[in-house]
Structures are given as structure tokens and as C-alpha cells.
Design a protein around this ligand. Structure first.
Ligand code: ATP
Ligand code: MG
Length: 431
């Protein structure tokens, strides 16, 4: 026997019980985004490779080693499965000139692909909700994006997600800091790990973000970017903090929060939980004023964030009360050819009034069909035998409470079932 095929490592199936929880999550997310004036946008999952190299930065983890890139065998084009959504979103905004009549608030949701080492909370296909505000430069939108996250945690019933913020200043300020940082790290080069040595002259800011405990001491004493910020950058950062304080949202300034992508400036933030082990960041974002121009657009400020849906779902599973899988309202059992045709008509008549109806298929005795009806969790069984069907009648049998089964004409079925399911149910036993 040949072995059954398996999904690619780090790429998960989301089975029905879980998929239903995802749908509930997505519904909450849609309502939440609507409340802040964000509109949906959907981009392709595959993009030209140069988009990401240009947007994310050539010396980032993503572009250096995490992208699923391939050559289109038909035309030789270099393509990449999107590792994140911001680059695609900005590409789409520029391609369709969406900023022509003012700022835009946009969001998207879907799979992203990164070739990382799979582990709990870190997958090769994972999903993000991405939120981008384009064309707005003030600290007000940064703050609104942060505080809207707090509302979502609340809407989802989640607790214990901490906020960390930092400011990366502007490119000139970063350049000064970078020079001092490199000089400092060069003095300690023998104590850097391999990643650190490699990044020293390409992306030294990322060394500050290291998870290697052996480097903590060096990193702790390194020159801090915040000390290099000019007046305007500091004012922006203070503006964000003022609005967070007004909203009563606690936060911690983490001077080592630098984010993995090159395109950020000024505000950066992360929402972190201690309940998911090492993969505790559930949401991350910040300002990226340079990206639009970097991708060839007329310069415009922007800020955004992305949430990892798998990590949030894990948190919901750890903290929340998990809903029962939904049951149909009605399960239809039937036997005989005439009965089958009436069963189909009866089921459609009930769907006309909004019922969820599961029609038995695959035959079997009434007894075995009734077992299925019971196991389905339905409130009511509809029983159709040829005898009933000859008279255009069906029997309605309550499955969850003690009550008599009742025979009704097809015309009256919808009325009787809706009384039963949606109220006035005492009438069912009236005659
Ligand atoms: P990390 O430091 O955990 O690698 P990152 O900085 O690469 O994160 P972003 O690119 O900012 O992450 O993505 C935003 C969010 O998407 C993360 O905070 C996380 O919740 C989620 N995420 C990122 N990579 C993965 C992954 N491989 N698997 C699952 N979720 C992920
Ligand atoms: Mg990463």
C-alpha cells in the first residue's frame, strides 16, 4: 500500500471545528474594522519577486532566507508567494492610484508564506489580518491603530496582551545611531554570535532584537536609538503616548523594539502575550513613511499593523470558552421514492424561512436514520414515509424535549416549524 500524502511541513489544514472558530473570529474582525472606517482590499497571493526585495529590504530575514520564490516555467518571470501584505497593498494602491482623492484606510486577511523552522506559533503558511492607513502623517492615526487593537482584544474576550512601543525616528537619525552602534559593536565583535557578525555591517539594528541570551549584556549597554531622535520625532512619539494615556491603555517603551522589516520609521509597536511561549507576539506594526516613494509612488506617509491569526486563535483556545459546533435546526429522514421527493420539497420550504436543514442521504431504516437525526443535534426531525407522502404530509418530531410527534400538511409545515423553533412553541401541542 502506498503511504497517504501529507501536507507540506509547516502548512496546516484547518479542520471544521477549528474553521468554525476562525469564521467567528473573522466576523468579529470585520465588524471591528468597519467601526474604524477601514475598507477591504484583496491582493494576489503571488507577486513579482522584486516587489518584496524592494519593499522589505534585501538584508532582512524575510528576503534573505524566508521567501518562497520560483521561476514561472512558462515565461521565466521571478515570482514569490507573499511573505506579508503591506508591500502588495501599497503596490495595489499605487497601481490603481487609490490615493488620488485623499487618505485611505484599508484592510485584508489571508495566507502568508515564509520558509521558517516550523514550531508552535510559527508556520510556513500562516494567516494575517493586515490593516493599513495611507496618506496620514500625524501621531493620531498611529495611536488610533494601537488603541483599536485594544478594543479587538476586548471584543474577542482576550486578556493579558501587553503593549510595547518604541520610536525608530527618521532615516537621518537612524544613520547617526547606526554609525555609533557599529562602532560600539565592533569593540565587542569577539562576543557576537554568527548572526550578529553577519548583521554588523548590513543591519546592525537587528542585533538589538536578538533572542540569544549570551548577547543580552552587550545589547543592553548599546547606544539607544531614542537618544538620537530630534525634536519632531520626539514630538510625534509624545503625541502617540498622549492619546494612549487618554484612552487608558497601559504600555511599556521598549528601546530594543526595532521590527524585522526595513521600511519602518517613527512609531513601532507590538502586542505580546506570555501565554504562547516563545512565539508571544500576536500583533506588530508601525509607521512606514518611506515605503510608498520607495515603490515608485508620489511620497505619502503611512502606518499599519498585522496580526498573526494562528497565534490569536491559540490564545482564544487557551483563554476563551469554546463554542459547541453548530447543529442543524431540522434533520429530515425519509424512506421510499415518493417520500424522497417530498423530503426534498419540505427541506427547501424550511430553508426558505431560514432554517438550517440536513436531509438524510444514503438510505437505511427509519431507526438508523433517527439515530443520525439525534446525533446531529437538530431540534426537530422531519419524518417522511411514503404513506405520509401520498397525502403531501410530513411528521414533525421534537428531539430535545418531551413532546408529541405531529403530522402536518406541507403547506403548514413552515408555520409549525417556525413556531416551534422561534417561539410560540406551546402551540405545537395545542390540537
Ligand atoms: P517574529 O519576530 O515572530 O518572526 P515578525 O517580526 O517576522 O515576527 P511580522 O512580519 O511583523 O512578524 O508579522 C506580524 C505578525 O504575524 C507577527 O507578530 C506574528 O503574530 C505573525 N507571524 C509572523 N510570522 C509568522 C509565522 N511564521 N507563523 C505564524 N505567525 C507569524
Ligand atoms: Mg519573522
Amino acid at each position: 500500500m502506498s503511504q497517504t500524502l501529507q501536507a507540506i511541513r509547516g502548512m496546516n489544514d484547518i479542520l471544521p471545528n477549528e474553521a468554525e472558530r476562525w469564521e467567528a473570529f473573522e466576523e468579529t474582525v470585520r465588524d471591528w474594522l468597519f467601526a474604524y472606517g477601514y475598507r477591504p482590499i484583496r491582493m494576489p497571493i503571488v507577486e513579482p519577486t522584486p516587489l518584496f526585495a524592494r519593499a522589505i529590504g534585501a538584508v532582512t530575514d524575510i528576503v534573505e532566507k524566508e521567501m518562497y520564490s520560483f521561476t514561472d516555467s512558462l515565461n521565466g518571470e521571478q515570482l514569490t508567494l507573499r511573505p506579508e501584505g503591506t508591500a502588495s497593498c501599497v503596490r495595489a494602491v499605487l497601481q490603481h492610484n487609490l490615493l488620488y482623492d485623499g487618505p485611505k484606510r484599508l484592510w485584508y486577511m489571508g495566507p502568508m508564506f515564509r520558509h521558517e523552522r516550523p514550531q508552535k506559533g510559527r508556520y510556513r503558511q500562516f494567516h494575517q489580518v493586515g490593516v493599513e492607513a495611507l496618506g496620514l502623517s500625524g501621531p493620531d492615526i498611529d495611536a488610533e491603530q494601537i488603541l483599536m487593537c485594544a478594543r479587538l482584544w476586548d471584543d474577542l474576550g482576550l486578556e493579558g496582551i501587553r503593549l510595547e512601543i518604541n520610536s525608530l525616528g527618521q532615516p537621518e537619525e537612524r544613520a547617526k545611531h547606526r554609525a555609533d552602534l557599529i562602532a560600539y559593536l565592533e569593540k565587542h565583535i569577539d562576543r557576537l554570535d554568527e548572526d550578529g557578525k553577519r548583521r554588523l555591517h548590513t543591519n546592525p539594528l537587528r542585533i538589538l532584537d536578538t533572542k540569544n541570551p549570551a548577547l543580552q549584556e552587550i545589547v543592553e549597554a548599546a547606544p539607544k536609538l531614542i537618544g538620537y531622535l530630534g525634536e519632531a520625532s520626539l514630538a510625534h512619539f509624545e503625541g502617540v503616548q498622549r492619546l494612549l494615556k487618554d484612552a487608558g491603555i497601559p504600555y511599556r517603551i521598549n528601546p530594543r523594539l526595532v521590527r524585522g522589516l526595513d521600511y519602518y520609521n517613527l512609531t513601532v509597536f507590538e502586542w505580546v502575550t506570555d501565554q504562547l511561549g516563545a512565539q508571544g507576539t500576536v500583533c506588530a506594526g508601525g509607521r512606514y513613511d518611506g515605503l510608498i516613494a520607495q515603490l515608485g509612488g508620489k511620497p505619502a506617509p503611512a502606518c499599519g499593523f498585522a496580526m498573526g491569526i494562528e497565534r490569536l486563535m491559540a490564545l482564544i483556545e487557551a483563554q476563551g470558552e469554546l463554542p459547541e459546533p453548530p447543529a442543524p435546526d431540522v434533520y429530515v429522514v425519509h424512506q421510499g421514492e415518493v417520500a424522497e421527493r417530498l423530503a426534498f420539497r419540505a427541506a427547501e420550504a424550511l430553508r426558505d424561512i431560514g432554517c438550517a436543514v440536513l436531509t438524510h442521504m444514503g438510505g437505511g431504516s427509519f431507526k438508523s436514520q433517527m439515530k443520525r437525526a439525534d446525533a446531529s443535534g437538530a431540534q426537530l426531525a422531519l419524518i417522511v414515509g411514503d404513506d405520509e407522502a401520498q397525502n403531501d404530509e410530513v411528521s414533525v418530531k421534537p428531539l430535545r424535549i418531551e413532546a408529541e410527534q405531529r403530522r402536518v400538511s406541507l403547506e403548514r409545515l413552515a408555520e409549525v416549524v417556525s413556531d416551534w423553533l422561534y417561539g410560540a412553541d406551546e402551540e405545537l401541542n395545542e390540537d
